[in-house]
Design a binder for this molecule. Sequence first.
Ligand code: ADP
Ligand code: MG
Length: 875
Amino acid sequence: MAAVVIEKRSELTTVTPMMKQYLEIKAEYEGYILFYRLGDFYECFFEDAVVASKVLDLVLTGRECGDGKRAAMCGVPFHKADVFIGKLVEQGYKVGICEQVEDPKQAVGLVKREVIRVVTPGTVTDAELLREGQNNFLASIYFGNECAGLCFADISTGDVFTTYIDGNDTVQRLKNEISAYNPSEAIINVADQDCAEIVEFLKDKSHSLVNTGMRRLFAYDKCRELVKSVFADEIDRLANPEHVMAVGALLAYIKETQKCEITFAREIKVYSKGQYLEFDYNTRRNLELTESMRNKEKKGSLLWVLDKTKTAMGARLLRSWLLKPLLNPVQIGKRQAAVGDLVKNRMLRDELTELLSNSLDLERLTAKAVYGTANARDLRSIFLSIERLPAIKSVIMQKSENLKELASRIDTLDDIADLLGKSIVDNPPYTIREGGMIRDGFNEDLDYYRGIKTNGTNIMTSIEQKEREETGIKTLKVDYNKVFGYYIEVTKSLIDQVPDRYVRKQTLTNCERYITGELKEMENTIFSADEKIVGLEYELFSGLREVIAENNERIRNTAALIAEIDVYRSFAEVADKNGYVCPEVDLSYDLVIKDGRHPVVEKFVTDSYFVPNDTVLDVTDNKVMIITGPNMAGKSTYMRQVAIITIMAQIGSYVPAKDARIGIVDKVFTRVGASDDLASGQSTFMLEMNEVAAILKNATKRSLIIYDEVGRGTSTFDGMSIARSVVEYTYSKKIGAKTLFATHYHELTDMEEEFPGIVNYNIAAKKRGDSITFLRKIVRGGTDDSYGIEVAKLAGVPNEVVKRAREILKDIESGSHIAVGHNVVKKDDTDDLFAGFVTSVNDEVADKLRTVDINTMTPIEAMNLLFELKKMLKE
Ligand code: ADP
Ligand code: MG
């Protein structure tokens, strides 16, 4: 009988020596799936095996582990491990790779094993496991009492950002920061239960792997030392010990996982409140900045419209700009000027497009060199990308005034281009252990051995020639077989002419085979040449990779400049193609847009054309816009368009309008539509009020607020009262922010009379007979016609219901409504009311009967039809 297979380590009592080793190593790597090297396989045991077999779709087997029991086990071939590791990491697991660290042949007893590398979602450097145009951030959070130190790093590009927040809205702002970076992994000092809300947010919104209770990494003294060693004096820019601990713990974690010194970054970007426009998770989502709300795809988002970058570095930079718009008009102006040059100079733009088109991901490729995982293809890609630098630099220097300064800082890396150009072949192989990477002429020794290898047969031929002449045996030949290697063959009849220096090796019926010292030596040279070539190539390649690693800062600085140029080029192209203008950005409180459009919706309106609309907002006479209008009129689109244009202006992009003047906005808030967060357990209304509360607490006079039908989630009178009170508060001195408020409560239009600065608008629709035409034009004044019935009809609500709704509406409007009860349809009346409907069912049954052909029906089909008709009558 097969031994019992156990899935838990705790069920084990006595163990085999190998299992003992496994358990010891595993104990140090709790929380990791341990890949334990056994021969040509990596094996997982126990709990790990259960998880891995499920995630990787592997067969779960067992292995003798002592006690007459078998440990649950599954394994992957070592040469395919990367794919499997990638899958696990993608699913949010951490993997530890445990190797044999001594030669099994020389090992006494059990082979020594060690974890040589761990891979976690936030510390991946493999390009294959990363999304191209997107950063992969690891977050470190020091969570304190009403304060938090934060650090986000992408070790695949070397980007490190850090900030410190405090105050009673720390949790809220922490969430905002998290949603700007979308980290794939986080480390937090405190335990799960002490930061449950953050952990939930990380898991739910960012799909992060969360490591809580990592207090050990956040030890202050060690953190301080580490931060100093990596970022030197930059440490003085960190706010306080909590801030230092967040950065230090991040570095400690990277050091621990990468098992090497930290060289991936030299620069840390410290920022604080007031440097970037703030918006919360909901706003980012509602405005569909980077992904559409419906299917969470890039298509349909603002990023989708704006991102026409040609490089992965540019794509990442554009994305990060979009999530962190600026507040400083001077900085914004600089970006606009750069874009402006590229809008005006079409030729320059096209040249850059061409030059950037085949540029590869310099940042990540260089990072791979730093981590020692780059192969010859990666170095070739680096070469191809830097080869273009001189052309990029010179074309900009010649043709652009506003990009000149930036271009002047491009290091064209001529020395590196030269080195890589003459060393790495055009199409190097994927592996670095089989040669074929280095060009002829780069290294003398290599050329020599290659010469021997390729000329091997020629040399043997010349030996043959020489031996024939020396011995006078014309039929002597040099040949080769697998068993004896190279030999000289002489026919039996001529063996007395063979000189003494020949050593007999083999006797055949017709001939004798010999070797000579020279032959043997040549043979050795040929055989070892191949080995030498492979070894030498590896050595040379490693040296080249080292050079890249040493120059990593230079390369990355230039890569960052290229990314920036790519973003400007993208902005310019989008502006030109879509007819955007350069907005005037200043520190006023005004928002004046002429003929503004929604950059994304306009792409989807294909059957008609997108109707542009004006906007005038300020903090005096036009503080609050109350927007009414029927469903589907375009209220939500209009309000979002105002927010999006503002954001576009503050990232330095041109905007979809004829003319725009944007006074810097510090925060954008949105409370849009019915929330689909029902799954989270909170009622929609509760969520809505949560969001409203956050707005009322955090908005300032400089903010822009969008309320889309606030109050809808409760009864009419409640809702209306809340809506009005929210408007009043927002309008008041307490906030006084620019506000757009779309509502169904026409009663709110009365506020215009009472409060100067509250202005009524409506989005016009025209009734023609029974139907309705949307004009999409926003005009002054309120409207009290919601055309709800017309929209219902448009949506395909049965005619009878629409008709009845009109009757009810008429009753209500004529004053005979007087609440429920009076107008309730009594049960007996229904037949009468819906008489038309019943008739139509009868018609349908008749129609159906008319169309069937009884002659071709089987009895069963006839029965089914009868059943169906009967059912139709019942409904
Ligand atoms: P509301 O919020 O008033 O119910 P929406 O803003 O959701 O209406 O708009 C409904 C649809 O009308 C949009 O999906 C879009 O297709 C179209 N639409 C909105 N504004 C415009 C416009 N200015 N020009 C053309 N079509 C528009
Ligand atoms: Mg709407």
